[in-house]
Ligand binder design. Structure first.
Ligand code: SAM
Length: 227
């Protein structure tokens, strides 16, 4: 088959970017008079870590409320994906550590670098580290103020691993905020209604019926603190 012939038959110019294996799409998140530019890197085997999920936007809006003071708080985000939640927390003055599976770390690092304000981060530059649930938590301290996660409750096989990670990170009294898309087929309710309460005192803080997203707050029970 001749290339020349094909070009004659199909009179459009192929956009190399469009057909590239990897491409990135930028989304803008506005808060007050500021904005975040978040790259979503598709086609780099990032899978569900590539996009910004609705539950993340929802958690951002919750943290943005003037009554929620993040200044100086030590925050770790699990399954951060693009990092939008943790980056917003850092822009609002928190000391943030963003974590995800190792393959998502470059995307997180890219988004952190792209969102440094002109006068520098209000607190410290966010740290980006790989953290695979059930495996790596021992390398992290247990004295956080907040442990946060958006749309990370969706794989039943990871629930015991996530529990071990949360239990370790919350030994010194951290408050957990989980914003979850309530996917029946993925047992998200089972995690929040039956698994998390085995060790944590849990509260449903908010529910968005339209988007089927719940926000939970949880603290590790004193009897589960072993360290
Ligand atoms: C649905 S995405 C949510 C991403 C981001 N939090 C958001 O809401 O935009 C789920 C995230 O959990 C991460 N994840 C899944 N299994 C994990 C595991 N075993 N350990 C650490 N992270 C995991 C994925 O890499 C992905 O970034």
């Amino acid at each position: 088959m001749s290339c020349d012939g094909e070009q004659e038959m199909y009179p459009f110019v192929m956009d190399e970017e469009l057909f590239a294996d990897t491409f990135s799409e930028e989304s803008i998140y506005r808060f007050g008079s500021e904005e975040l530019k978040i790259s979503q890197v598709y086609g780099a085997n990032l899978g569900v870590a590539a996009p910004v999920w609705d539950a993340a936007l929802w958690l951002c809006r919750y943290f943005e409320r003037p009554s929620f003071d993040l200044k100086g708080k030590r925050v770790i985000e699990l399954g951060a994906g693009t990092g939008i939640v943790g980056i917003l927390a850092a822009r609002l003055g928190a000391e943030v550590t963003l974590t995800d599976l190792p393959h998502a770390v470059p995307q997180l690092q890219k988004n952190v670098s792209a969102n440094e304000p002109p006068n520098g981060w209000p607190s410290v530059t966010p740290t980006v580290l790989p953290l695979t649930w059930g495996l790596d938590q021992g390398q992290f301290p247990s004295d956080w103020d907040l442990v946060v996660g958006a749309d990370i409750v969706y794989l039943t096989e990871t629930y015991p691993l996530l529990m071990d990670t949360l239990t370790h990170l919350c030994q010194e009294g951290a408050t957990v905020y989980l914003s979850s898309k309530m996917r029946r087929e993925h047992g998200t309710s089972d995690f929040h209604d039956n698994i998390l309460p085995q060790r944590f005192d849990c509260q449903l803080m908010r529910r968005d019926h339209t988007q089927n997203i719940n926000l939970y707050r949880a603290t590790l029970r004193k009897t589960e603190q072993t360290q």
